[in-house]
Design a protein around this ligand. Structure first.
Ligand SMILES: Cc1cc2nc3c(=O)[nH]c(=O)nc-3n(C[C@H](O)[C@H](O)[C@H](O)COP(=O)(O)OP(=O)(O)OC[C@H]3O[C@@H](n4cnc5c(N)ncnc54)[C@H](O)[C@@H]3O)c2cc1C
Ligand code: SF4
Length: 335
């Protein structure tokens, strides 16, 4: 009899975990709460660092899942788990030989940072909103005109004790660089500013992209945090900041303010962790058993982790981790 492993979440982590399990002759079942597979990638346009369309990656993964004959349950939310079973919101129980949790992250709600007026003022949007606009092929101000001056603000809902999010979300600096470049391609005459606390270019090719953004696209990087935003009478957004390199206060009107929102712990983590006795980090992300020798294992035997459920990660890191999680879960199930 084939071993059966339950994979919770059908984002890139869940799909890659299931594909690897199937390759090894194990029978995976993906349980996804949304009506379709893909996770956050469904909302992204082109991916850093290569500008590959997100749709291309998604289509390839979905096709492979389909061709492998992997069982997929969509619109099925997991509300409780144990090492050999999960409970769904509709009361059903699924049984398996082990469980991989690949439930990802939740986007920070920018309206919590009231000082930036997200959801109140026109032309204040988030990085996720901008990805959607790129996908819809309609990037414009609220009145339909083209932006002439655009500001990106880094670290919104990350590295911020006031909103209980002390961690760095890791991917938003490079997302800000990528989106700034996309805006310059669409609006070559526009002035684009990125306001940052630190620039964190952790991955291969990222530092090169950051340099290209400055040298080829003439994007301005200003070290300083925007303290507040306010609407102007002509529908623009006035921002106040301090340039912390020169020590000078700065005030400017922009046509668009883009808030680079962070990746925070999945809202479901607390409930799932409590029921199964899983440890969580102070950030709310699930805590691996050992950061060096067991980073895809939980503290409970038979429950494993893949992807952004344990920390902010890029897609490449998520895919690699999913492969490792599948191997660990299969080994456990066979034992
Ligand atoms: C604005 C932004 C842009 C980004 N752009 C890039 C990029 O260009 N390149 C790159 O490498 N990375 C990028 N990333 C990072 C990328 O989004 C993550 O690496 C990736 O989404 C992690 O995949 P995941 O499967 O772990 O999580 P997710 O994508 O969050 O998928 C988790 C899945 O689990 C499901 N789920 C959650 N809870 C349950 C439950 N209780 N029951 C059942 N299903 C559940 C969800 O519905 C979802 O489908 C970006 C991140 C942000 C915030
Ligand atoms: S990656 Fe950059 S923008 Fe994101 S939290 Fe870290 S320092 Fe801030």
């Amino acid at each position: 009899m084939k071993k059966r492993i339950i994979v919770i979440g059908g984002g890139v982590a869940g799909m890659q975990t299931a594909l690897r399990l199937a390759e090894q002759g194990v029978e995976p079942v993906i349980v996804e709460k949304e009506p379709e597979l893909g996770g956050k990638l469904r909302g992204w346009h082109v991916l850093f660092p290569s500008f590959t369309p997100a749709e291309e990656v998604l289509t390839a993964l979905r096709r492979r899942v389909n061709e492998s004959g992997i069982e997929v349950l969509t619109s099925a939310e997991v509300v409780g788990l144990e090492p050999r079973s999960v409970r769904l919101a509709d009361g059903r129980e699924l049984h398996g030989d082990s469980v991989v949790v690949a439930t990802g992250f939740t986007l920070f709600d920018a309206s919590i940072k009231e000082e930036y007026g997200y959801g109140i003022y026109d032309n204040v949007l988030t990085s996720a909103d901008l990805e959607r606009m790129f996908n819809e092929g309609r990037v414009a101000r609220a009145d339909g005109t083209a932006p002439r001056r655009i500001a990106f603000l880094h670290c919104v809902g990350s590295r911020d004790e006031k909103v209980c999010q002390q961690h760095c979300s890791k991917v938003c600096c490079i997302t800000g660089v990528k989106q700034a470049m996309e805006m310059k391609k669409l609006f070559p005459e526009a002035d684009v500013f990125n306001f940052y606390m630190d620039i964190r270019m952790f991955g291969p090719g990222y530092e090169e992209m950051y340099r290209e953004a400055q040298q080829k696209y003439n994007i301005h990087f200003v070290r300083g945090r925007i303290s507040e935003a306010a609407p102007t009478i002509d529908g623009r957004v006035q921002i106040k900041a301090e340039d912390t390199l020169t020590g000078r206060p700065l005030r400017m009107s922009v046509d668009m303010l883009v808030l680079l929102i962070g990746m925070r712990a999945n809202d479901d983590n607390a409930r799932l962790a409590e029921g199964a006795g899983l440890n969580r980090a102070s950030s709310g992300f699930m805590a691996p058993r050992d950061l060096f020798l067991g980073n895809v294992c939980s503290n409970v035997g038979g429950i494993f982790y893949a992807g952004a459920v344990t920390a902010p990660k890029s897609i490449g890191e998520t895919l690699n981790e999913a492969t490792a999680a599948a191997d660990a879960a299969a080994k456990y199930a066979e034992a």
